[in-house]
Design a protein around this ligand. Sequence first.
Ligand code: NAP
Length: 332
Amino acid sequence: MMLQAAGRRLTGYVLLYISWFLKSCLFLYLPVYHIKVTGGSSGIGKCIAIECYKQGAFITLVARNEERLLQAKKEIEKHCINDKQVVLCISVDVSQDYSQVENVIKQAQEKLGPVDMLVNCAGMSISGKFEDLEVSTFEKLMSINYLGSVYPSRAVITTMKERRVGRIVFLASQAGQVGLFGFTAYSSSKFAIKGLAEALQMEVKPYNVYVTVAYPPDTDTPGFAEENKTKPLETRLISETTSICTPEQVAKQIVKDAIQGNFNSSVGSDGYMLSSLTCGMSPVTSITEGLQQVVTMGLFRMISLFYLGSFDNIIRRCMIERAKYGTADKTA
Ligand SMILES: NC(=O)c1ccc[n+]([C@@H]2O[C@H](COP(=O)([O-])OP(=O)(O)OC[C@H]3O[C@@H](n4cnc5c(N)ncnc54)[C@H](OP(=O)(O)O)[C@@H]3O)[C@@H](O)[C@H]2O)c1
């Protein structure tokens, strides 16, 4: 009796593994698909658009500044692989008015067909100590980083579910996996993305729609350069404990993970460690990924304690230096 039950359970696991394996083979084949990238006129978003265009996709770029949109369009078009490919530009603020976002997405779908992959890349970071940040900064970051991802996703999801195909990519950040000094406003807006993505994935998985959350490390983009201008010294020193990636490197990984329907997308060994460490109850794409998380969790937690200790030291050292030299306790 017990042997039979164990056999049945084993067969169940094998079938589950086979279905996972088959699913991972059902990649979204990119050529002639319509990819919409919000924040596609700069940095990571622009590189994602180029990466998809190189694979034959039709692109809709969304951002506010029309001039930068047109510049990005020209740059992307250099990577064309066939003369049917189109880059469409839409100027809209994705964080303000849902009906406006819905309208422009409708217009883009009328021109290029239904959106197969939406990449929510529009976003920004403002850092500073909690008490130094304006209250309006918390509202602004929540609006751009969180609502600016909710609105476009909400506008495409019904069609994706009806067609039973689609990918939605959210750009979180490593600061959306671990709360860091100076990022009280930014980290919370990126943590919100993870909750949104996990809940949405559970709803849309039966419709063959897959959600990917990307957790890029510091990446050399115009947005990052802007953020660095006001970063507190502590935040900058903590940042310097890891290396900076290129937007091309990050974009390549995100596109690959999105095509494969992977829930987590991270770059480098730090990224892999953080994603395993903070996976919680997030979905897994394969049994192998789940097993890796189970096996590595304890070890990674131990390594993370060393990191946290070194961050505490950085913060303490900054306080001592400031007390010694009487530097203003605001930014570097
Ligand atoms: N760079 C990093 O180190 C890093 C690390 C982790 C995560 N991330 C995340 O990755 C994403 C891209 O970052 P990035 O560094 O590539 O940024 P970026 O170079 O500053 O580009 C941001 C893009 O978003 C657009 N945008 C901003 N606000 C918008 C709005 N309200 N409506 C429509 N478009 C808007 C910008 O165009 P307009 O200004 O013309 O609208 C631009 O195209 C962000 O979500 C960021 O938080 C970045």
